[in-house]
Design a binder for this molecule. Structure first.
Ligand SMILES: NC(=O)c1ccc[n+]([C@@H]2O[C@H](COP(=O)([O-])OP(=O)(O)OC[C@H]3O[C@@H](n4cnc5c(N)ncnc54)[C@H](O)[C@@H]3O)[C@@H](O)[C@H]2O)c1
Length: 296
């Protein structure tokens, strides 16, 4: 495998392009607007500078990697020579189904079609293609250049040779692959989201405050971030939508999203990206400040 197309040049897409280019693959980065692609290239360059400052990359690595990345606003042109496509477009089922249909028509017959979706069924995505045996989940974690895990998700029809190829490839990127099967939330979010939801329920029921809940989980369980801080980092709208996928998929009340989470999303308190969630964020200030709403 030499040629990797990445669809979507947002948070995850630029990270995925970064790690493939750094490992010597040709990368075709695709997005709907050139402006988004330019922004992604600038982000990749800045993230390399950070790696250089830490001593984990050199200026030469950066230049070599940036030369490996070509950008496209046409999906058909971007996937035409790909051996693997990793789709990392916006988390929207209809959008992804449309992209996979088009990818299936335009990518070479041998090409593996992977998705970085956090929660959409791989089997459902595969069903709109003529090659469901070559469709697989390749779930990178944010920030991609830093996080070691790749959760690999076998759809109902994924062939063993395809899984093996993606496992080998993930190791080539210096990542640690873990293979799981296609059920709602896979493993990472099936376990993480109920923990976050339980933390929000504990706050909602007045068992403890924001700082106490996060401190207990950080110091007691050695988690690098408390669950409420992590929810703010992921985005409360994203947490809510994944919990809904678990709730719908399993039909079990234990996955029902906490009403406080639902209210916060309706109030547009989405976490870091909106400036406030459980904590309040001001640019340039790294101190964790509990939002006014949750101060006793
Ligand atoms: N952000 C995370 O922490 C995280 C972690 C793991 C997985 N994911 C998954 O990764 C995927 C991308 O998430 P993100 O956070 O990078 O989103 P994002 O909003 O930062 O980026 C999405 C990009 O997709 C582009 N896009 C939309 N429609 C497109 C199309 N038709 N063709 C090409 N590009 C298109 C958008 O312009 C945007 O640049 C989602 O499926 C998400 O669930 C996200």
């Amino acid at each position: 495998m030499n040629n990797i197309a990445v669809i979507g040049a947002g948070t995850m897409g630029n990270g995925i392009a970064h790690v493939f280019a750094q490992s010597g693959f040709n990368v075709y980065l695709i997005d709907v607007a050139q402006e988004q692609l330019n922004k992604a290239l600038a982000t990749i360059s800045q993230n390399f500078d950070r790696q250089i400052a830490k001593g984990s990359a050199t200026e030469e690595n950066k230049q070599n990697a940036l030369e490996k990345i070509c950008t496209f606003t046409s999906l058909a042109a971007g996937v035409a020579n790909a051996d693997l496509v990793v789709e990392a477009a916006t988390e929207n089922t209809e959008l992804k189904l449309g992209i996979f249909k088009q990818m299936d028509e335009c990518a070479p017959a041998h090409c593996i079609l992977a998705t970085n979706t956090s929660s959409i069924s791989i089997t459902k995505i595969a069903s709109v293609t003529q090659r469901p045996q070559q469709v697989i989940g390749m779930h990178f974690m944010n920030p991609v250049p830093v996080m070691k895990l790749v959760e690999i998700i076998n759809g109902y029809a994924t062939q063993a040779s395809v899984t093996n190829a993606i496992v080998t490839l993930s190791k080539q990127l210096g990542k640690v692959p873990c293979v799981v099967n296609d059920y709602p939330g896979f493993i990472a979010n099936r376990i993480l989201m109920p923990m976050i939801n339980e933390a929000i329920y504990s706050l909602y029921e007045g068992v403890a405050g924001v700082a106490e809940i996060d401190t207990i989980m950080k110091l007691g369980m050695a988690h690098p971030m408390g669950p409420l801080q992590l929810a703010d980092f992921i985005g409360l709208d994203v947490c809510l939508s994944i919990l809904k996928v678990l709730h719908d998929g399993f039909g079990h009340p234990k996955y029902a999203p906490c009403p406080l989470l639902v209210n916060m999303v309706m109030a547009k308190k989405l976490g870091i990206k909106s400036g406030a969630g459980f904590y309040t964020y001001t640019p340039g200030n790294k101190e964790l400040i509990v939002s006014e709403q949750f101060k006793k």
